[in-house]
Design a protein around this ligand. Structure first.
Ligand SMILES: Cc1cc2nc3c(=O)[nH]c(=O)nc-3n(C[C@H](O)[C@H](O)[C@H](O)COP(=O)(O)OP(=O)(O)OC[C@H]3O[C@@H](n4cnc5c(N)ncnc54)[C@H](O)[C@@H]3O)c2cc1C
Length: 250
């Protein structure tokens, strides 16, 4: 699998903070963008992301090239409707060359692997034979398995990505799409570190909605959230104290 961020809105954090600030300022976005400082921008984004005022982060969009993943993965991916997709066609592109994903559970089981490979070989052999008989790609492809590899370009805005990461980086998500979502998350964190600071599974920011399901990361995430809650409480206490002191002195 390859996951590449091939294009994105320049300075996504700054842009989203300018959009947010426009809502509360007498100045227009074209003026605000000239003067906003990175510190103010960060403060605004943290506030809007935490408060749920997420429409302002829709202005930042990200385009990924997702390569050599299975059709089983892309079938799940395209269920996410607030996105744009362009996928390699099995009508216009011949699938004569065998290319498929092998899940680890299969790869780790010699008997399963042998049977898996045997069937894949048979599928691609028959695909080639149908093609040689003049059967068009669009009909020969009916033979192809979910494991068949594909390439897809996907564009999502930051709001959709946050929601996508919540459910697809969760340990409940299927392994291949989870791996892809984690790689996408790593890429966007590099270019929009504030918007995506707390991106991750739902349990990154709130208690797991499926607490009865055994999860290997639940305890770790619960501890992380508790640590951050205490830090935030402490930060607010210090801020309040500072304000009170300034009030007394002033
Ligand atoms: C672990 C897991 C298991 C799953 N299992 C199955 C399964 O067995 N069968 C199955 O069919 N699917 C399954 N899905 C897919 C799932 O039901 C969703 O279709 C998919 O995750 C897309 O989610 P979404 O609709 O929230 O996202 P998007 O389509 O990306 O939408 C994002 C958000 O926009 C809003 N939105 C979008 N469209 C509408 C609308 N028409 N009306 C109102 N609000 C809207 C919603 O708030 C939504 O959450 C599974 C998903 C996961 C993560």
């Amino acid at each position: 699998m390859k996951v590449k961020l091939i294009a994105y809105t320049p300075e996504p954090d700054k842009l989203a903070s300018v959009a947010a600030n426009t809502c509360y300022s007498s100045q227009s976005a074209s003026r605000i963008i000239e003067s906003i400082t990175p510190e103010k921008s960060e403060r605004i984004i943290k506030r809007v992301v935490a408060s749920g005022h997420h429409s302002v982060i829709e202005h930042a969009v990200f385009t990924f090239s997702i390569e050599e993943v299975s059709r089983a993965l892309t079938h799940q991916l395209v269920r996410h409707r607030i996105a744009s997709y362009s996928q390699q066609s099995q009508r216009y592109v011949s699938m004569k060359k065998a290319s498929y994903v092998t899940p680890k559970t299969v790869a780790d089981n010699p008997e399963a692997l042998e049977r898996y490979k045997k069937l894949m070989d048979e599928i691609w052999k028959t695909y080639g034979e149908l093609a040689d008989m003049g059967i068009p790609n669009e009909d020969a492809r009916y033979l192809l398995p979910n494991a068949c590899t594909t390439n897809i370009v996907v564009t999502m805005n930051a709001r959709e990505l946050l929601g996508f990461f919540k459910i697809r980086t969760c340990m409940r998500a299927q392994w291949e799409i989870r791996e892809m979502a984690n790689r996408m998350m790593t890429e966007v964190k590099k270019v929009a570190p504030v918007i995506f600071e707390k991106a991750g599974p739902t349990c990154r920011t709130e208690p797991c909605p499926e607490p009865d399901w055994p999860c290997p990361i639940r305890e770790k995430m619960d501890k992380l959230r508790e640590k951050e809650r205490k830090e935030e409480e402490e930060r607010r206490r210090t801020e309040r104290k500072k304000k009170d002191e300034m009030g007394i002195e002033g």
